[in-house]
Design a protein around this ligand. Structure first.
Ligand code: SF4
Length: 348
């Protein structure tokens, strides 16, 4: 039997705008969740986030838990419907006329952190993986053949693992099955929402390497969400830093990790645990708890924890700069805005 799956770096026939047209553009996405009994208040989970994902890249998204990154992932697939904002996929606006959500979901898949609950416990894993091709119109046996081939691509012997049920697999094996399920229908982009956070460190490395291999093999674009900065650095080309529902810094991964511009990004990087005892941090690099997302601080949301906060920070929400070109590194902070009136403008 010849290969049933499309792979290799050849030009994707679904590509519409060429390599320079972003695969995904998110513009001013918002999602506020009403809080019962709060007198009309809401949790501002995602509060006006804009970014692009370029064809073939991995864009990492980082931030503390509760910053809105998982809600953002769900908004991109309309698993949670945005209150406002626009999504453009390879030049097509995601709406009922240009690119309906169903058509978007054929090109974008998601892998969640919880590998067990994503699988049907009463279905052998080969059938779980075959479900996608079957729904796409393949005959039952052909869908099973495609699933077997995909299980092999994610490092699971299809004869050995195909007939097993999810409870008979380890966490890493289950996550491999979830990755197989995501890839088997031939998406162009995969959203990976904390895909290795529940795994042991040794297994984590294997799954990360697998994700890198599959990306090359299937010519994929990744959006990779994690609270683990080291993991994000390993996999990503660029990174977007979120704080309280907003993007505060975006740039190439090395630039952001070596020359972070936003005080929050610096604090996040400084709080990474070090294996070197001489470099262990004794004091928390960031003070105070994250503010309540129901009632976030005025102006820059970070001003209640920022040691550089001044009057303009309390009053005005700093804009994220203009982001053009693959090397653009932009930040939403008044210290980087000539017009803001911040006194430390020249000292950052
Ligand atoms: Fe700190 Fe002000 Fe910059 Fe916000 S805008 S990060 S409060 S200096």
């Amino acid at each position: 039997m010849g290969p049933l799956l499309r792979d290799g770096p050849a030009l994707d026939p679904r590509d519409r705008g060429g390599p320079h047209q972003p695969l995904l553009i998110a513009r001013d996405l918002r999602k506020h969740f009403p809080v019962k009994g709060s007198g009309g208040k809401s949790v501002k989970a995602v509060d006006g986030v804009s970014f692009t994902v370029r064809k073939g890249e991995t864009l990492g998204i980082v931030g503390e838990s509760g910053c809105g990154k998982s809600t953002l992932a769900r908004l991109l697939l309309h698993l949670v419907v945005p209150d406002a904002g626009e999504l453009v996929f390879d030049g097509d606006l995601v709406d009922t006329r240009e690119l309906p959500v169903d058509a978007l979901r054929r090109q974008v898949q998601i892998v969640f952190q919880d590998s067990y609950s994503s699988l049907n416990p009463r279905m052998p894993v080969r059938d779980s993986v075959a479900f996608g091709p079957f729904v796409q119109g393949k005959k039952k046996q052909q869908a099973r053949d495609i699933a077997s081939e995909m299980l092999g691509k994610v490092g699971l012997d299809p004869d050995l693992f195909g007939p097993r049920y999810p409870h008979e697999l380890s966490g890493g094996q289950k996550q491999r099955v979830n990755i197989a399920r995501a890839l088997v229908t031939g998406p162009r982009m995969v959203i990976l929402d904390e895909p290795v956070s529940a795994l042991d460190k040794s297994i984590e490395a294997q799954v990360l390497n697998l994700l890198r291999t599959l990306k090359r093999q299937f010519n994929l674009t990744y959006l990779f969400i994690s609270h683990d900065l080291n993991v994000v650095r390993y996999l990503s080309d660029r990174v977007l830093v979120m704080y309280l529902g907003r993007a505060v810094e975006i740039g190439p991964i090395d630039a952001v990790f070596e020359r972070p511009l936003h005080p929050y990004t610096r604090a996040l990087l400084a709080s990474r645990p070090s294996m070197d005892p001489a470099r262990r941090i004794e004091e928390a690099p960031i003070s105070g708890d994250p503010p309540n997302p129901i009632d976030p601080p005025s102006g820059c949301h970070f001003h209640t924890r920022c040691r550089f906060a001044e009057k303009p920070c309390e009053k005005t929400d700093p804009a994220l700069g203009i982001w053009e070109g693959p090397q653009s590194h932009v930040v939403a902070c008044h210290m980087h805005d000539l017009a803001s009136g911040h006194s430390r403008l020249a000292n950052v």
